[in-house]
Design a protein around this ligand. Structure first.
Ligand SMILES: O=c1nc[nH]c2c1ncn2[C@H]1C[C@H](O)[C@@H](COP(=O)(O)OP(=O)(O)OP(=O)(O)O)O1
Ligand SMILES: [Mg+2]
Length: 201
C-alpha cells in the first residue's frame, strides 16, 4: 500500500522516506501542489486538517482506491518566548517566507533576550486518515537553541538546535543521527503499528 504524505515540505518528505519501509508518495504527485489553510489551534488539529483535505481530494479523484494519508504538523517552542513560535513556526517571519528567514528571526529573538542558548523543544503531530478512521500520534525532541546558525544539514530551525546530549546542532549532525532522536522519528515509531494494522484490514 502506498502512503500518501500530505506535506509540501521537502525536508519532511526526505525524512519520511528515510524512515518508512513503505513507498511514500508526495500528495502533489497525485493532485498537483496547493497550499492547505492550517487554521487549527494545535499541532494535532492542523495535522488532521492536512490529512483529511488530501484524503477527501484523493477520494473525489479516484473513489475506487483505498488511500492511507499521513501528515505531519510540527514546530519549535521556546519556554523563554512563552512557547513561541510553536504552531506558527512555518510563518514565524511572515507569510510565504523561507526556512532561512524563520531561522534568522529566531536567532535574533534569542540574541534580543541576551542569551547564548536557551531550552527549546520540537513537537511533531502525525495524523493518519484512511477509510477505517483517523489517528493522531505525537513525538517531542528536547534540547537548546543557540544565538547562531551552524551547519547546512537538516532543514528549518535545525542549524540553531542542539539536541539534549549532543554538542553539535542538527545542521551539523547527519540525518541518520537525527532520525533516531527526532520528534518526527518518535511520532512515526508510534504511527507505524497503526499503519501496519490498517494495511492488513
Ligand atoms: O525537524 C525539523 N527541523 C527543523 N525545523 C522543523 C522541523 N520540524 C518542523 N520544523 C519547522 C519547519 C517549519 O517552519 C515548521 C513546520 O511547519 P508545518 O506547517 O508543520 O510544515 P510546513 O508548512 O513546512 O509543511 P507542511 O505543512 O506542508 O507539512 O516547523
Ligand atoms: Mg504547514
Amino acid at each position: 500500500m502506498k502512503l500518501v504524505l500530505a506535506t509540501g515540505n521537502r525536508g519532511k518528505l526526505r525524512e519520511f522516506r528515510q524512515m518508512c519501509e513503505d513507498e511514500v508518495v508526495a500528495f502533489s504527485d497525485l493532485l498537483g501542489a496547493f497550499d492547505i489553510v492550517e487554521d487549527g489551534d494545535t499541532f494535532a488539529q492542523n495535522a488532521l486538517i492536512k490529512a483529511r483535505t488530501i484524503y477527501e481530494k484523493l477520494k473525489e479523484k479516484d473513489p475506487s482506491t483505498d488511500y492511507l494519508v499521513i501528515s505531519d504538523d510540527s514546530g519549535i517552542s521556546l519556554p523563554v518566548l512563552n512557547g513561541a513560535p510553536g504552531i506558527y513556526s512555518a510563518r514565524y517571519a511572515g507569510k510565504d517566507v523561507t526556512d532561512k528567514e524563520n531561522l534568522y528571526k529566531l536567532v535574533e529573538a534569542v540574541k534580543e533576550k541576551g542569551l547564548k542558548s536557551t531550552p527549546a523543544y520540537y513537537t511533531a503531530a502525525i495524523a493518519i486518515v484512511s477509510k477505517y478512521g483517523e489517528y493522531v500520534v505525537h513525538g517531542w525532541m528536547h534540547g537548546d537553541v543557540i544565538d547562531e546558525a551552524r551547519g547546512e544539514k537538516g532543514f528549518g530551525y535545525d542549524p540553531m538546535f542542539i539536541p539534549a546530549g549532543f554538542h553539535k546542532t542538527l545542521g551539523e549532525l547527519d540525518d541518520d543521527i537525527k532520525k533516531n532522536i527526532s520528534h518526527r522519528g518518535k511520532a512515526l515509531a508510534l504511527a507505524k503499528p497503526i499503519i501496519q494494522m490498517l494495511k492488513t484490514k
